[in-house]
Design a protein around this ligand. Structure first.
Ligand code: CAA
Length: 386
């Protein structure tokens, strides 16, 4: 088992780290305070090849693979988690179109997404009444003479008000549950696409989260992605991969918090010694470092499985479950180590605690990850007879 990174993976990691330290970290506090969307940064990331790390080169991506993508996401999230989530969704949408789109869809949308020309992508699956159970969505797509008319409301859509390209899931055969769902490609600014409420969130203030109202949005047949009624499987496939991105985001946030806590504990003197020398503090940081290492290995393993074309959905769910739950604990420990200072906005730890919380919710809650893992245990037991 070779755990060493390739030269290309190390190069992507280095590019992402340098960019995050130079451009993201210094402005992260202001972006959080002022809720500024990182449009210029997304375009710069497109120029650097970091919007489509895992997207094939012939479509404008870096073609560096899923492990490199995870490494880049970790670095960007360490710099600013708000920027990282926009990158993660863009990469997920670009990968989905690269894989499932026809030639016209691939060449029209993917280069715009990964270059930053479309600013970013959005994944419009959830609805007010259909979050963990997307098969219950009610957005309708009805046949017209030249294509389809989409009507309904989408909720919790990351970058929904900014994305140049989005995938929208709608019911084409009402009453058929997941078998009647189709994925459509919709461009930002389409007639009838109305940006509703922008959520006022606990964290990730530099990322926008929009309600989208589809008031009779007309699209052609060429907007159908992956075939009529084939949409649910597409969403599940995309989310399997997306969960590697969110696990990586959680790791990046936690790594930044742990580094800050270790630095602080080495400098802060109480009872005549740096607090790191007090066992109570050292033990907390040791646990945090151990969880972070395990989360990183699990996530890179899921990425390596996906990259080599092997089944990875259950491993990605385990990685997301473990990484996001432990990242929350690590950020909490980092705040505790900072004492009263950690509870103020003078230190970045309180932002990490707010930003990391949603990683246990979006792209499948921790409870959904457990469903995915438990179902795979059952399937394996039935297959192997043990
Ligand atoms: N890959 C491919 N196909 C899959 C699949 C996968 N991982 N999982 C299920 N399927 C297929 C099944 O094979 C089945 O197909 P057939 O009917 O042809 O046999 C079909 O999909 C239905 O499968 P299930 O009966 O297992 O589906 P379910 O309704 O019970 O749901 C679930 C399973 C895994 C719990 C799913 O509902 C799920 O993942 N829920 C969470 C949704 C989620 O993550 N939402 C997040 C929103 S997006 C977001 O957060 C984006 C953002 O902006 C950040």
């Amino acid at each position: 088992m070779d755990l060493a990174l390739t030269e290309e993976q190390r190069a992507v990691q280095k590019t992402a780290r340098e960019y995050a330290e130079r451009r993201l970290m210094p402005a992260a506090h202001a972006r959080d305070k002022e809720s500024t969307f990182p449009e210029a940064e997304l375009r710069e990331l497109g120029d650097l090849g970091l919007l489509g790390v895992a997207v094939p080169e012939e479509l404008g991506g870096a073609g560096a693979g899923v492990v490199a993508y995870s490494l880049a996401m970790q670095e960007l999230a360490r710099g600013d988690a708000s920027v990282a989530v926009a990158v993660s969704v863009t990469n997920m949408v670009a990968e989905l179109i690269s894989r499932m789109g026809d030639e016209g869809q691939r060449t029209r949308h993917v280069p715009r997404l990964v270059s930053g020309q479309a600013v970013c992508g959005a994944f419009a699956l959830s609805e007010p009444q259909a979050g963990s159970d997307p098969a219950g969505l009610t957005t309708r797509a009805e046949r017209t003479a030249g294509g389809w008319r989409l009507t309904g409301t989408k909720q919790w859509i990351t970058s929904g008000d900014r994305a140049g390209v989005m995938v929208v899931w709608a019911m084409t055969e009402p009453g058929s549950g997941h078998k009647g769902i189709t994925a459509f490609l919709v461009e930002g600014g389409a007639k009838g696409l109305i940006v509703g409420r922008l959520e006022d969130k606990m964290g990730l203030h530099g990322s926008s989260t929009a309600q989208l109202v589809l008031d009779g949005v007309e699209v052609g047949d060429d907007a159908v992605l992956g075939g009529v009624s084939g949409g649910f499987r597409l969403a599940m496939m995309a989310l399997d991969g997306g969960r590697i991105g969110i696990a990586s985001q959680a790791i990046g946030i936690a790594r930044g918090a742990l580094e800050a806590a270790v630095r602080y504990a080495g400098e802060r003197v109480q009872f005549g010694v740096p607090i790191l020398k007090h066992q109570a503090v050292g033990n907390m940081l040791a646990d945090a470092a151990t969880w972070l290492d395990a989360a990183t290995l699990m996530t890179l393993r899921a990425a390596a499985l996906k990259e080599s074309g092997q089944s990875f959905g259950d491993v990605a769910a385990m990685a997301k479950l473990f990484a996001t739950e432990k990242a929350g604990l690590i950020c909490d420990i980092a705040l505790q180590v900072h004492g009263g200072y950690g509870y103020t906005t003078d230190f970045p730890i309180e932002r990490a605690c707010r930003d990391v919380r949603v990683t246990r919710i979006y792209e499948g809650t921790s409870e959904i990850q457990r469903i995915v893992i438990a179902r795979s245990l059952l399937a394996r037991a039935a297959r192997d007879g043990r």
